[in-house]
Design a protein around this ligand. Structure first.
Ligand code: F6R
Length: 613
């Protein structure tokens, strides 16, 4: 949550800061701000709401400084207004912050005891005031930051600039990611950059260094000096990023979400090509795994949100194909539940961003218990990817829309490949069965393209759904987690209340909600338990409920029900159905929200990367 950026440049940096913030807006968009050094004095421009408001503010009142910091906010402490917007500043310095300072009340009270006055409700302002206070006591900026950092508790990343110091920017990482970029302006003068991720730095440079946990760095035009937690100067590897991989344009689409839904046949195909040996008709994992599936008595999965639902689908796959018992929990519960985990067992974490605070904490808990950890992750340079004992990538490319779409289908693809590999290793899948599954898998990109052909139909349906106050989603087997995902997708971008249920669970309570005003979206490929779902649809129909069936022609004919609508899906092997059925589920949410005029790429109160608990 929150994106931070800093530039020590040769020319005015305001435009560069704004460009980087545009790329970081997925992390939060409650407010934005920048600070630059104007003739030795710090000047800020801040605005409530999206970046466009800050842009307007800067047009009215430009900044020309050649060193500066910027921030885009997802509010944690204090309302999303201009006073609480970053950078926070004193006469001596300005600071931008991502994360939470847990002991800010304590520090605030202490500083107030010294007569310090606060103007915002944020935790961040204590950092500005603390460093300023230490400088009042005679410390120079570097010494003051070094003295302040050990006093801060919580997970955070920080960027500082100082009045009167035209060639000094300090960054610090403690629990939230931070990268340094190294580049040059057009005439070859040195420039150095700081950013929450490589995406933010991609317009300026291809050469970056990720700070490690506890690192802090002193940046100047000549480069960066990095210190570890103990204060010792350390060398950290420089990496090349491929700027091409960080293109963030919408192309012909109105929204990133629409574009990302349509990219799925391509990115799922790319992910499959990474994990499947087509010539042999078998799964071939290129990443070495530091454990053997044969040795496992249980698999623990943990993740948040949509990634958690991908894990829930995988539970069915691992249990069926590899006969491996799976325990799964949302990471915010798993991390505090302190589940007993066997030494040398396996914990699987799933994350698009690779930075989700609760998922990372669960991973660390599992490691501390002596477990192997395997991460299914979309950002290969992320903290989770780096800390897990092994990481297997989803090759979805950057996902910008806040609602996860293509990352989800790529997660499912990787998870199914892993379940097949586990089945082979454990002797529960014959070579022939594996070939059958691989044959089914390789049809998936084409089937997703077919499913995208139903878009016009779904668009019409969305106009009806938009009238509803509540929507129910039902499914059995792997369609149950898909029902949960469908409901999450709809509520997060359209703000219509939606719930997903296991179809068989309906009669245990939720059926009381059914009347003609509640659309019931039933996800039901024609699989072995289809008949059971039909019985549940009958129960809905008998109570006047309006059914929208997402299923294949065979199922629709067999059900013989009067539905409000049917989204007809292609025939497929039910094992791969979740990956293909993700498409109509996403399209329903997308078109409902677009029809309702909602901001689908940046829904209210949300952010793409959840680096706070
Ligand atoms: C919903 C959504 C979120 C994320 C969740 C985990 O559309 O995107 O529920 O799935 O915040 O994020 P990652 O996968 O980055 O750990």
């Amino acid at each position: 949550m929150c994106g931070i950026v800093g530039i020590v440049g040769q020319d005015a940096v305001a435009d560069g800061l704004i460009e980087a913030l545009r790329r970081l807006e997925y992390r939060g968009y409650d407010s934005a701000g920048i600070a630059t050094l104007e003739h030795g004095r710090l000047e800020r421009r801040r605005a409530e709401g999206k970046l466009v408001n800050l842009r307007t503010r800067l047009e009215e009142s430009p900044l020309t400084g050649t060193i500066g910091i910027g921030h885009t906010r997802w509010a944690t402490h204090g309302r999303p207004n201009e006073t609480n917007a970053h950078p926070h500043a004193t006469a001596r310095l300005a600071v931008v912050h991502n994360g939470i300072i847990e002991n800010f009340r304590e520090l605030k009270a202490e500083l107030q005891g010294h007569g310090v006055r606060f103007e915002s409700e944020t935790d961040t302002e204590v950092v500005a005031q603390l460093v300023s206070h230490l400088m009042d006591g005679g410390l120079d900026p570097v010494a003051a930051v070094a003295a302040a950092l050990p006093r801060l508790r919580g997970a955070f990343a920080l960027g500082f600039v100082f009045a009167g110091h035209d060639d000094l920017l300090i960054g610090a990482r403690h629990g939230a990611p931070l990268a340094i970029g190294f580049g040059q302006d057009k005439s070859g003068g040195g420039e150095t950059y700081l950013g929450s991720d490589a995406l933010a730095l991609a317009p300026f440079t291809e050469e970056i260094t990720y700070l490690e946990e506890g690192d802090w760095a002193v940046l100047s035009r000549a480069g960066a000096e990095i210190h570890d937690l103990s204060g010792a100067v350390v060398l950290r590897e420089r990496q090349r990023i491929v700027a091409q991989a960080f293109r963030v344009e919408k192309g012909n689409h109105r929204h990133f979400m629409g574009k990302e839904i349509h990219e799925q046949p391509e990115v799922v195909g790319r992910t499959l090509a990474h994990y499947v040996d087509l010539s042999q008709g078998r799964v071939a994992l290129p990443e070495a795994l530091p454990f053997d599936f044969r040795d496992l008595s249980r698999l623990s999965i943990t993740a948040c949100g949509t990634a958690y639902y991908a894990g829930l689908v995988a539970k069915y796959w691992f249990e069926k194909l590899a006969r491996l018992p799976v325990e799964i929990d949302v990471a915010s519960e798993a991390r505090y539940r302190e589940p007993p985990l066997e030494r040398d067992g396996l914990t699987l974490v799933i994350s698009q961003s690779g930075e989700t605070a609760d998922t990372l904490a669960s991973l660390r808990y599992a490691k501390a218990q002596g477990q192997h950890t395997l991460a299914v992750v979309n950002v290969p340079t992320s903290t989770i990817a780096r800390e897990a004992s092994a990481a297997v990538p989803t090759l979805a490319g950057p996902e910008i829309g806040v609602a996860s779409t293509k990352a989800f289908s790529c997660q499912l693809t990787v998870l199914l490949c892993l379940a097949i590999a586990a089945g082979r290793a454990r002797g529960t899948l014959s070579a022939e069965a594996e070939r059958g599954l691989v044959d089914a898998l390789i049809t998936v990109p084409g089937l997703m393209a077919d499913a995208l052909q139903r878009e016009g139909e779904v668009e019409g349906l969305a106009r009806e759904i938009a009238k509803a106050r509540d929507v129910l989603y039902l499914g059995r087997g792997t369609a149950y987690p898909m029902a949960l995902e469908g409901a999450l997708k709809l509520k997060e971008i359209s703000y219509i209340h939606a719930e997903g249920y296991a179809a068989g669970e309906l009669k245990h309570g939720p059926i009381a909600l059914i009347d003609e005003s509640v659309p019931v979206i039933v996800i039901a490929p024609h699989d072995a338990i289809f008949e059971k779902t039909v019985s549940n649809m009958q129960e809905v129909a008998a109570r006047g409920g309006r059914i929208i069936l997402i299923g294949d022609a065979k199922g629709a004919a067999a059900a013989g029900l009067d539905t409000m609508a049917t989204v007809t899906m292609p025939d497929l092997d039910p094992v791969v159905a979740p990956i293909v059925y993700a498409v109509p589920i996403q399209l329903i949410a997308y078109h409902t929200a677009v029809f309702m005029g909602k901001d689908v790429d940046q829904p209210r109160n949300l952010a793409k990367s959840v680096t706070v608990e």
